[in-house]
Structures are given as structure tokens and as C-alpha cells.
Design a protein around this ligand. Structure first.
Ligand code: SF4
Length: 389
């Protein structure tokens, strides 16, 4: 098997918050709304779909990396020596053999459970969160820069607001997809905030083919005893939570979440869930570059054997790709070489538009009645040269 072949197109199907079909949740493109969508595929969602079949062929051809530019969210970190969604999935599959390629079989469903969300996380995208969508519309109204306005508009105008969890026909089609599958991953939006989430878990518990592995991702803002009881009824649950930082920094990055409440919820889930399979997802970006090890230490001190996964905020204006080069250089000079160093050295060679990021952060700070200089002094020191008003 070619070492670059990805098993996702041969075994999995991902449904985006707005119903687009793709092999995995990291397969991204601005024209996603034009892809095959649950709502249009009748009478049921086929697997492999036409588009996934094309990707299977590419994964069996030569020059896989060149022919699959939409997989860059895996190729970029892998080429910088970092872990990727593809590599994590291959480790979870345990057995990689040609049989899976010659006899593709849907065994894993990756469901982004609609886009209903209660947070405007700074690294998130309008296609994945109803809140960040509202926030970007507010930023469009308040920014005076034409370039900035255009950037925001390009992020919100593409979507038709279809949410497969709200559209009953789409929802029923996804239930059908779930029936024969044993492993399901659910993320969002924020699933715990979605009124369909508990009925959906009840459906999974009632179906004839039992769920062997259930992966859940939450932003930890909601504590719900009934959800705990439902999750405790599944044999294997992987409970994944998002933690970009701690204390007031996390409040800024995941606005309007409140650290005290989030911390309380985290302790409740850790102690009341039957599973001991906990994963923290920390998305490394411009504003937590100097603090992500502090977050790691916080998690280690909880003594719950939490697996810590670091991801790079790719395709996001909050990502390091848009940060000032001297800021990155300052980090590289003042910190021991670590897993992120190669990636940072690599992006030093790219041209970017830091002014877009600066205006975005200033706009977000204004909405939160906060000041970037007080909240993120190191970032501010290297980026205030881009502030013109
Ligand atoms: S290579 Fe990465 S982005 Fe592409 S299908 Fe595999 S996991 Fe998804």
C-alpha cells in the first residue's frame, strides 16, 4: 500500500454541519456547499458516493499528495513532522491491509451534528457555528476596511443555512446511514446544545447493530445529567473536549464561555462518566502560542490520564499562518525546540496578510469589551504596527 494512501475514503463518510458529504471532517474547500449533500441525495445517501469514489481512485494513483490538494490539512502537518487526522485514524484502525482497499466498506461515520452552537470561537468558521456566523455578520457591519469586509463576506455568503439536524428528511437519511455502522464520531456545532442530540443518542442505543465505539466532542459549556446517563449506556465512549487555553485566555478564544463554569463541567464529566477514555483537543493558533504547554500542565495535574491532542488551526484567520513573522521568530528563539518548531520554521517562508488577522482580533476584542494589549501583551507587541485606527 502506498504510504500516502488514506483509508478514510475506503471506510468512512463524514456529514458536514450543513449536510455536505465528504470522506472526513478535515477535507475542506470553500466550494463545499456545491458538493453532494444529504438533502439532495435521494431516496437515500449512497456509499461510496460519486465524489468519494473519485477520491478512492486518486488514493490509488501516483502522486497522491499532488492530486489531493483538499487533503492539505493532513499533508501540511505531516510534512512538518506533526501528527495528522489521517495518521490518527490509521492508528485507530490498527490493521491496514489491501483488503480494505479492494473491498471498501462503510464502518465509520463522522457526523458534525449541525451548526447550532453557543460560542463564537475565534478559530472557528461560519459553516460550523451559528454563533460565529452571527459574529462575522456583526464584524461586516462594523469594519471600515473594504478588504476586511470582503474577506468576511467570502466566509458567510457561500452558505444556505441548511442544517441536516433541523431538516427532518435529511435527519432521517442520516439515521438510515447509522443503522449498519458500529463506530460513530459526533462533533458540531455544539452537539450538547442541539435539541436533537439526546433523541439521536436514544436512537443509537435502540438500533439493531449496536454501536461499539462512540466518539463525542463537546466545548464543555453545558452540563447535562441525562446526557451523562445516555453516554454511560454505550460500551465504549471516547469523550473529547476542546480546551484551547485556561482561565481568561480561554474565555477570549471561546467567547462567551466562562472558565469557572467550564472547569466545573469538566470535573463533573471526568468524575461521572463511566468511560475513562478522555481526550483534550487543543488547537494551536496565534493567541495560544505561548501558553499551550501551560494548558497541557493543567490537564496533567487533573490526574485523569487525559490524552492531549494538539492540532494546528489551518484555514483559519486566527492561525499562526497569518501571524507576524517576527512574532514567530521570537517564539522560536525563546523556547526549546518542540513538536511545533518545524511547522513554525516552514510557515516562516510563506507570505501572509497579518493585517487581516490583526483587524479580526481587534474586532473580536471590541465585541467582548476587551483590549488586546491587556489580554495578549506579547502578541500585541509584535502586531501593533498593523493597527491604523
Ligand atoms: S488525507 Fe486527510 S483530509 Fe484527506 S481524506 Fe484522509 S484524513 Fe481526510
Amino acid at each position: 500500500m502506498n504510504p500516502k494512501t488514506c483509508m478514510f475514503p475506503f471506510t468512512s463518510l463524514s456529514v458536514s454541519p450543513r449536510g455536505s458529504i465528504r470522506p472526513c471532517c478535515m477535507y475542506n474547500s470553500p466550494d463545499m456547499p456545491t458538493w453532494e449533500n444529504v438533502k439532495d441525495l435521494t431516496p437515500e445517501v449512497p456509499w461510496p458516493s460519486k465524489y468519494i469514489k473519485i477520491l478512492q481512485e486518486k488514493m490509488l494513483g501516483d502522486n497522491i499528495e499532488v492530486s489531493t490538494p483538499l487533503c492539505n490539512s493532513c499533508w501540511e502537518p505531516e510534512n512538518a513532522g506533526l501528527d495528522s487526522h489521517r495518521l490518527r485514524y490509521h492508528r485507530a484502525l490498527k490493521v491496514l491491509n489491501d483488503d480494505l482497499i479492494t473491498n471498501p466498506k462503510l464502518t465509520f461515520l463522522d457526523l458534525q451534528f449541525g451548526y447550532l452552537c453557543n460560542l463564537s470561537c475565534i478559530m472557528c468558521h461560519p459553516e460550523e457555528s451559528s454563533q460565529i456566523q452571527k459574529t462575522i455578520f456583526k464584524l461586516i457591519d462594523t469594519t471600515s476596511s473594504i478588504e476586511q469586509k470582503k474577506y468576511y463576506q467570502s466566509k458567510v455568503n457561500l452558505y444556505d443555512n441548511h442544517d441536516w439536524t433541523v431538516d427532518e428528511i435529511s435527519y432521517q437519511k442520516v439515521l438510515e446511514l447509522c443503522r449498519p455502522v458500529k463506530s460513530i464520531k459526533i462533533s458540531g456545532g455544539e452537539p450538547f446544545f442541539n435539541p436533537k442530540f439526546k433523541p439521536f443518542l436514544e436512537f443509537l442505543l435502540s438500533k439493531k447493530v449496536p454501536i461499539e465505539n462512540l466518539h463525542i466532542t463537546t466545548n464543555l459549556t453545558i452540563y447535562d445529567k441525562e446526557i451523562i446517563e445516555l453516554l454511560n449506556s454505550f460500551p465504549n465512549v471516547r469523550f473529547r473536549f476542546s480546551l484551547e487555553s485556561i482561565e481568561k485566555e480561554d474565555d477570549f478564544l471561546r467567547w462567551p464561555s466562562k472558565w469557572e463554569e467550564k472547569q466545573k463541567n469538566l470535573h463533573a464529566y471526568l468524575s461521572q462518566l463511566r468511560t475513562k477514555n478522555f481526550v483534550s483537543n487543543t488547537c494551536i493558533q496565534s493567541l495560544n502560542l505561548f501558553s499551550f504547554f501551560k494548558t497541557t500542565n493543567y490537564l496533567k495535574n487533573l490526574n485523569y490520564n487525559i490524552t492531549i491532542q494538539h492540532q494546528i488551526a489551518e484555514n483559519s484567520l486566527a492561525g499562526l499562518y497569518y501571524s507576524d513573522k517576527q512574532y514567530i521568530q521570537y517564539y522560536l528563539k525563546n523556547n526549546d525546540k518542540n513538536f511545533i518548531s518545524n511547522y513554525l520554521e516552514k510557515i516562516m517562508n510563506h507570505n501572509n496578510n497579518s493585517e487581516l488577522q490583526v483587524n479580526y482580533f481587534l474586532g473580536m476584542a471590541k465585541l467582548q469589551n476587551k483590549n488586546m494589549q491587556n489580554e495578549f501583551p506579547i502578541w500585541y507587541e509584535f502586531h501593533n504596527k498593523y493597527i491604523h485606527e
